[in-house]
Design a protein around this ligand. Structure first.
Ligand code: FES
Length: 363
């Protein structure tokens, strides 16, 4: 596939140094790292959601998997078909509800203007929590999956230049951005992976750089680790730096961010705590138990130690499975799923915490 110059710039968002969302994606300026926090014809079905004031939850659709194929070593590509699907912009993702009920998040990597199908790619995580293995081994062509979204916490902003850093499957949100950049845009890409055979979309990525010099591919078995410091050196003032990949890669990019550049991060691994988070107490009102939540652990983890059957799924604040009613205490909400009215007396215990020293949960 060739680079497709799309006159998207008019729709590109203005850069911001504020955080887009807690948990999954954030934007920081150099030197100011702050955390807040796809037989029968395809069919689409809307699932009603409770009404509430404030932001509404994304609409749920049931889509048919019409393609489930190997894309690279350990990576499958899924096409999910429906009708009249909402369009999306580069950086957007879908929440996939797997047959077991687990909810997992995948970046869209197809054509944003295609309203008949969504395309995602997923890496098998050998020591993961089971979602990727289920998607690889149990989901197949003909499976119906509920999806929620698309939502975009990692939007492409308007900037004088762009630097993209992608690690492995982290290329999926970046690829639609590269396709959408206006002709003449100044950009560079650092794309790392364990081996070239494990790196999805590698052929297309290299074609995007037909003139050469913009794309640096680093396969660890051939070249060693990528060097974000050298890659980011000399970026012009106001550059937008996008990074999606393993935590270590994102940390290295943040550490080498040049002055005047804005960093946009997308992470898929759970991150429920931040530097400076303190310990607090949680009383489980109906169980009559009180427990301590350490600064480096989630409320969910502490509660499950006492009540192992406590429901949860994504552990990242976007599925809603772990929502609990709060009877007392000031909640430090770190999700963007709950509506304003829900935030008054409930929290997602996988990511949200306490602003004080004690919470009382109705459980
Ligand atoms: S487990 Fe999904 S929001 Fe908490």
């Amino acid at each position: 596939m060739s680079n497709k110059p799309v006159p998207l710039m008019a729709r590109l968002r203005k850069p911001t140094t504020l955080l887009f969302a807690a948990g999954a994606a954030l934007v920081v300026g150099a030197g100011a790292v702050r955390r807040r926090t796809s037989g029968s014809p395809p069919r689409t079905r809307s699932v009603p959601r409770p009404s509430a004031s404030g932001p509404s939850r994304p609409r749920a659709l049931t889509l048919l998997v019409t393609a489930h194929e190997r894309l690279a070593d350990g990576v499958v590509l899924l096409r999910l078909e429906g009708t009249g699907l909402p369009s999306w912009e580069p950086g957007a993702h879908l929440d996939l509800v797997l047959p077991s009920g687990l909810v997992r998040q995948y970046s869209l990597c197809g054509d944003p203007e295609d309203t008949s199908s969504y395309t995602v790619a997923a890496r098998l995580v050998e020591d993961g929590r089971g979602g990727s293995r289920e998607l690889h081994e149990q989901v197949q062509e003909g499976t119906e999956l509920e999806v929620r979204g698309p939502r975009n916490r990692f939007p492409l902003v308007d900037a004088p230049s762009y630097a993209f850093v992608a690690g492995g499957i982290g290329i999926t949100p970046v690829l639609p951005m590269l396709r959408a950049l206006p002709e003449g845009a100044e950009w560079r890409l650092l794309y790392g992976g364990r081996t070239r055979a494990s790196m999805p979309f590698l052929e297309e990525i290299e074609k995007l750089d037909a003139d050469g010099g913009r794309v640096t591919v680093v396969a660890e078995d051939e070249d060693g680790r990528p060097d974000p410091g050298a890659f980011l050196a000399g970026l012009p003032e106001g550059a937008a730096v996008y990074c999606c990949g393993p935590e270590g890669l994102m940390t290295a990019v943040a550490e080498h961010l040049p002055d005047g550049a804005a960093l946009h991060l997308e992470r898929f691994a759970p991150r429920t705590t931040a530097d400076g988070d303190g310990e607090f107490e949680v009383e489980l009102h109906r169980s009559g138990r009180t427990l301590t939540v350490p600064g480096d652990s989630s409320v969910l983890a502490a509660v499950r130690a006492e009540l192992p059957n406590t429901p949860y799924s994504c552990e990242q604040g976007w599925c809603g499975t772990c929502q609990q009613t709060v009877l007392e205490g000031e909640i430090d909400h770190r999700d963007d799923l709950l509506t304003d009215s829900e935030r008054g007396d409930s929290m997602l215990i996988c990511v949200s915490r306490c602003r004080g020293t004690r919470l009382v949960l109705d459980m």
